[in-house]
Write a protein that binds this ligand. Structure first.
Ligand code: ADE
Length: 261
């Protein structure tokens, strides 16, 4: 049987995926279960792009349709996140090495954070995807490529000059973090977590259960404290889409030459 690659790309904000939808050639769209799926080709690779909705249930439902209806062979999630690690700030990028659901708690039957029946807390991204995404993110961050894509006055508005890139753990759950207490509690309970969002670990679990690879890339939109509602809204409107679109472009540039196609 010939393995036909088809990539699913998900984003948690309409603003974030608009630029990626524009990359699709021979675009078609189909609505299923309150989501519109945009299919076409990027650099000759069959791709379906979709807005995930917010939260773990919405993301799981959307990822399942991507896998079962569109036959995607892997999923890339790009979106924003709130910083938990003290060194992260707005505009930095996190690539998820492991994904955990911070609101999963079936104690006393099983350990906190452990996924029932799966016997695991973390879902891991494979090394090949980590290498491809790392290369793409670094390409965006070197040689002032970001500054060439986003106007300087907008970068200044968010105090973005030399964004950091960190690889590590991402936590997901059905909660928007908007005060210091919540943030500190998560940091104490799960000290390896770099940032928090609402979908990644749900997509990771869905992919794990269907045995396909996943990649989660998050740009820090806020610091998950009392400033986060304002920073989050402005960042997603003005900046997030550019980051996501550029990273996807670099990933596909690499895919063309990569041996795993
Ligand atoms: N996504 C972006 N910012 C977030 C926050 N502060 N909490 C949860 N998800 C987020």
């Amino acid at each position: 049987m010939i393995f036909k690659k088809r990539i699913g790309i998900m984003g948690a904000m309409l603003e974030e995926i608009d630029g990626i939808i524009d990359l699709l050639a021979s675009k078609k769209q189909q609505t299923i279960g309150m989501r519109t799926y945009f299919s076409g080709e990027i650099n000759g690779v069959e791709t379906t792009v979709v807005f995930s909705g917010w939260g773990k249930v919405a993301a799981t439902a959307t990822a399942s349709v991507l896998i079962l209806e569109f036959g995607v062979t892997e999923i890339i999630f790009t979106g924003v996140a709130g910083a938990i690690h003290p060194e992260l700030t707005v505009g930095d990028i996190v690539l998820g090495k492991r994904l955990i659901q911070h609101d999963m708690d079936a104690r006393p039957m099983i350990k906190q954070y452990e996924i029932p029946l799966l016997n695991k807390m973390f879902f891991e991204t494979d090394n090949l995807r980590l290498a491809i995404a790392t290369k793409a993110i670094k390409q965006l961050l070197v040689n002032r490529n970001l500054q060439e894509t986003i106007p300087l006055h907008i970068l200044d508005e968010f105090n973005i000059s030399n964004p950091n890139f960190l690889l590590g753990d991402i936590a997901s759950g059905d909660k928007f973090f908007s005060d210091n207490e919540q943030k500190n509690l998560l940091h104490c309970q799960l000290p390896s977590v770099l940032c928090v969002e609402m979908e990644g670990a749900a997509v990771a679990q869905t992919c794990f259960e269907h045995q396909i690879p996943f990649t989660v890339i998050r740009v820090i939109s806020d610091t998950a404290d009392d400033t986060s509602p304002v920073d989050f809204a402005l960042f997603t409107q003005k900046v997030a889409s550019v980051y996501s679109t550029q990273i996807i472009k670099y990933i596909y540039k690499d895919l063309l030459y990569s041996t795993y196609l």
